[in-house]
Design a protein around this ligand. Sequence first.
Ligand SMILES: Cc1cc2nc3c(=O)[nH]c(=O)nc-3n(C[C@H](O)[C@H](O)[C@H](O)COP(=O)(O)O)c2cc1C
Length: 183
Amino acid sequence: MDLMQAIKGRRSVRKYKTDPISDKAVETVLEAARWAPSWTNSQCWRFVVVRDFQLKEKLAAILDREKNRSAPAVRNAPVVIVACAELGKSGYYRGQISTDKGDWFMFDTALAMQNLTLAAHATGLGTVHIGLFDAKEVARVLDVPDGVAVVEMTPLGYPDEEPHQSSRKELTEIAFKEKYGKQ
Ligand SMILES: Cc1cc2nc3c(=O)[nH]c(=O)nc-3n(C[C@H](O)[C@H](O)[C@H](O)COP(=O)(O)O)c2cc1C
């Protein structure tokens, strides 16, 4: 699939077939994530691949508490990938924060997850970035250690719905020439 086609064609998928997906398919999307760029190539991201029915049910219940509309997707999709990040690695130089933005773990993990979701789409699989949940609760369920943050999760599976319409701001609203705000 052409890159722009993948970028423009990927949509959040919140309804999944229960058809299993192979370890190879999971490895393909993780491989895409692995090759994302990161702060000094620090690669702070870590991924937990969840297939276990009871664990998925626990994750979905955590999403339910926030009335997250992707809870059923986490419950039903054959796989859920939970993106975590080692803290204190991205945005640091010799142990010190290097910029006014602090730890860049969210940024690096997002780059990896964007790679992952695009690779999934290019191979016929659906995903949805999910950020609205109690991350500490998810960490408890998945034995994520101290010093590692749970960032987001996505179901992974074959879509069981037509992608919904999704629009974007016009370029003129978001891109400027020479100086901020200048058209
Ligand atoms: C950081 C982030 C967090 C998100 N969290 C959730 C979420 O908790 N639940 C959900 O259903 N969708 C969530 N989404 C999906 C967005 O609602 C969706 O990407 C956006 O509406 C654009 O639609 P599209 O992905 O189909 O283009 C999240 C997306 C991003 C990037």
